[in-house]
Design a protein. Structure first.
Ligand code: 13P
Ligand code: SF4
Length: 320
């Protein structure tokens, strides 16, 4: 699906002033660095734009830079390429995939869709370009409810690939959705028991959660939203302590935005660091530098899939 030369992390190639070297390359290449909140702190700090999946795709749709350096995972960089076929789109580590995107193979989804020919297909942006090409509308965690609410009540809907977001959207809209049974390994790792223990330990703390979490965790949440919505909520809330049930990379921004508040990452079931997205964390500042220096790994995709995947993304941008 994509070809690229993977840059080798040769330490001799890494300058001591990495931030300075990246800024130089940015000017040289006329590049923009787009980063998701789940990236490591240094990458967040050097990004030109930091955001959730919707914000990042809006930025990708509007940038006039010639090169897009995407500090996120593959489906995000792929979305940027779908929107910008003539631009060079770089991903620091091509192995930065997504368990949720992997949980929806195109051939199986094609059959699932064929069995329900009258259904409209709304797919969460966390999916491959092939799944986007099979969809009518794309959504993200910040606009899914808004988009489903715009669909006429009599039209049946398939929602893919995240069953947790799908269930949450169904509850919020009162619509019955046919759910593809995919999920995110990170958001399904949080321990309800340990969140309850933390609530007892910190009775004034609010639980804030991403809708990719499972229902037992969402039931304890005082607020549910996309990463951008969670960030905004903890700035505006009167509480000064939060138990954060999403990838803890976001806490870097929360602590910057509200330095007097306390943020407790929701723990995983078995004391592991499984609440950190192993794919997002493959990107490092060194790999980002090398990607810009080598202008690789580059995202490429077949033109027929790109064209078909573009339509549902454009519909999302219009409906957001
Ligand atoms: P948002 O960026 O839409 O909050 O989604 C989080 C996520 O899981 C990205 O992979
Ligand atoms: Fe995919 Fe989950 Fe990682 Fe987001 S946090 S990129 S949904 S695996």
């Amino acid at each position: 699906m994509f070809t690229a030369v993977k840059p080798q992390a040769n330490l001799n190639e890494i300058p001591s002033d990495l931030f300075g070297a990246i800024k130089e390359l940015k000017k040289e290449l006329n590049a923009v660095i787009l980063a998701h909140y789940y990236q490591e702190g240094d990458i967040q700090d050097i990004a030109d734009y930091l955001g959730d999946s919707l914000g990042l795709s809006q930025q990708a749709a509007n940038t006039d830079a010639e090169v897009i350096v995407f500090a996120g995972v593959h489906f995000m960089a792929e979305t940027a390429k779908i929107l910008n076929p003539d631009k060079l789109v770089l991903l620091p580590d091509l192995e930065a995939g997504c368990s949720l995107a992997d949980s929806c193979p195109a051939e199986e989804f094609k059959a699932f869709k064929a069995a329900r020919p009258d259904h409209l297909v709304i797919s969460y942006i966390n999916c491959t370009a092939e799944i986007k090409a099979l969809s009518d509308i794309i959504c993200t965690s910040s606009n899914a409810v808004k988009i489903v609410n715009q669909i006429p009540a009599e039209r049946p809907i398939i929602f893919a690939p995240d069953r947790n977001l799908g269930r949450y959207v169904s509850e919020q809209t009162g619509r019955e959705l046919v759910l593809w049974q995919g999920s995110c390994i990170v958001h399904e790792t949080f321990s309800e028991k340990r969140i309850v223990e933390l609530k007892v330990e910190h009775p004034n703390a609010e639980v804030i959660a991403h809708p990719e979490c499972e229902p037992p965790v969402l039931r304890h949440a005082d607020y549910i939203g996309s990463t951008t919505a969670l960030l905004k909520y903890c700035q505006e809330s009167n509480s000064n302590r939060f138990i954060v049930a999403t990838e803890p990379g976001i806490i870097h921004q929360m602590a910057k935005a509200a330095p007097d508040k306390h943020f407790i990452p929701a723990p995983a079931t078995n004391n592991c660091a499984c609440n950190e997205c192993p794919y997002m964390r493959l990107n490092t500042l060194e790999k980002l530098y090398l990607a810009m220096k080598n202008q690789a790994p580059e995202i490429t995709l077949p033109e027929d899939i790109r064209v078909r995947a573009l339509k549902p993304i454009q519909r999302m941008l219009e409906m957001s």
